[in-house]
Design a protein around this ligand. Structure first.
Ligand code: ATP
Ligand code: MG
Length: 426
């Protein structure tokens, strides 16, 4: 598990804030859910024969012996919470959550044991319009972050439960004679969860799968109509997609649409957001049959992607410069004389009110101007504010440009605010 230190956390905060703004702009409602749930919730809600439940969960015993698990994903807990509070009864819901998930995996770039997801789920909608809505949320995410060029949408359909039952049997019939050539996990899954084999990362297994029966050939007419509508809407709205018949969720309760947003910019860990329809889950967790669809976005990977694309700060339209992630402050307020400390704090407050997007740090700890300017420089700030007794009396303050060849200026606080508002950030 890793630590996110200030320089990375600055970018992290920026990315997360923008993503949450997009969810709020679509009128999704936030929920806060526990990190610990009963182990049983995940064995039922994620599925026994999945990587997650088979070998990735952090399990622990409560003091009274109850089996608990650090949540490996958010959907099961979200469904549990809404059911428990009666929020799925005779109503629709659109909710989102964000926070850490835990899986025992081999850590590498883009894959961690504590990682962060933003999840969104919509309950009570049967048609593909909500699938489109969830995909549009994704498109708006990438636009808000300026990474839309790097991300691609892949879609597939699983069809209805019955259609998949028939496909499942066909897949078993095809793979059983080849059993000994499959990787070990796939051999086990052949009995328990054969569709998950399609997800295998083993190259030899992938070769065998080339001639396997293909899921789209088995999709029922209703499932096909749902999928055709989805594709038509995407085309109409102008969201490019690529059909990938190999895209699956191996679990029984997944139905119809599945989608992934992928990027080539992050090597092997290329899926930044994955989702689909899971009409069977609510019932499986004890509720009435309820259509549902959602996605989980991998925040760690999206932050990495943002960093790849925006190594240096970009302006993102009027009045919205991307913050300078290399700096810990934008403005550094110096105190020329101990006796002026109170004035300096007052000026700093005035600037914070007038310049809400900027980070304004007040010097603390005394010392000569020279050492204060050194601190200002180290902070990465673009501007130092100097306050002298004379200027205070005249209602003026000085600004020193730390990153430009430009003469110091003496201005009223109002004029200074106006000046800094107009500046593209350093
Ligand atoms: P993968 O095939 O990469 O293991 P997954 O199918 O296990 O992904 P999901 O359970 O669908 O992933 O989770 C949704 C998203 O969460 C992924 O697309 C990815 O962006 C992110 N994610 C999943 N596991 C991790 C991890 N260990 N570290 C960082 N991000 C992760
Ligand atoms: Mg995984």
């Amino acid at each position: 598990m890793r630590d996110v230190l200030p320089e990375e956390a600055r970018r992290w905060r920026y990315v997360e804030t923008r993503l949450l703004q997009v969810l709020l702009s679509h009128a999704y409602e936030e929920v806060h859910l526990p990190l610990l749930e009963a182990t049983e919730l995940f064995s039922r809600g994620v599925g026994e024969a999945t990587d997650i439940v088979e070998r990735e969960m952090y399990n622990l015993a409560d003091r009274d012996g109850e089996g608990l698990t650090l949540r490996p994903e958010g959907t099961a807990g979200c469904v549990r919470a809404l059911l428990q509070h009666g929020l799925l009864f005779n109503q629709t819901q659109r909710v989102f959550y964000s926070g850490p998930m835990f899986r025992y995996e081999r850590p590498q770039r883009g894959r961690y044991r504590q990682f962060y997801q933003i999840g969104a789920e919509a309950f009570g909608f049967r048609g593909p319009d909500v699938d489109v809505e969830l995909i549009l949320l994704g498109r708006d995410f990438w636009r808000a972050l300026g990474v839309e060029e790097q991300v691609e949408l892949e879609i597939n359909t699983l069809g209805s439960g019955t259609a998949r039952g028939i496909y499942r049997d066909a897949l078993i019939a095809y793979l059983t004679p080849l059993k000994n050539e499959l990787d070990e996990a796939s051999q086990r899954r052949l009995v328990k969860n054969p569709m998950r084999i399609l997800d295998s990362k083993d190259p030899a297994t992938q070769v065998l799968l080339r001639d396997a029966p293909k899921l789209p050939d088995f999709v029922d007419p209703e499932g096909k109509a749902h999928y055709d509508d989805l594709k038509e809407w995407l085309t109409e709205i102008g969201v490019p997609y690529r059909e990938n018949p190999g895209l699956v969720r191996g679990l029984d309760y997944y139905t119809d649409t599945v989608f992934e947003w992928t990027t080539r910019s992050l090597g092997a860990q290329g899926t930044v957001c994955a989702g689909g329809r899971y009409d069977g889950l609510v019932e499986r967790l004890g509720g009435r049959p309820t259509p549902a669809a959602g996605f989980a976005l991998g925040l760690d990977r999206v932050v990495l992607l943002h960093q790849e694309v925006h190594e240096t700060p970009q302006r993102q339209g009027k009045n919205q410069p991307e913050p300078n992630f290399a700096a810990s402050a934008d403005v550094y307020v110096c105190v020329l004389k101990e006796a002026l400390a109170g004035d300096a704090m007052r000026v700093a407050e005035q600037l914070r009110i007038g310049l809400p997007g900027l980070r304004i740090r007040s010097h603390a700890g005394g010392g000569k101007l020279k050492s204060q300017l050194k601190r200002a420089d180290l902070s990465g700030a673009a501007w130092a504010i100097l306050i002298s007794e004379e200027e205070m009396q005249e209602g003026r303050i000085s600004v020193k440009f730390l990153r430009e060849e430009r003469a110091q200026q003496s201005l009223s606080p109002e004029a200074l605010i106006e000046l800094l508002q107009k500046q593209p950030e350093s």
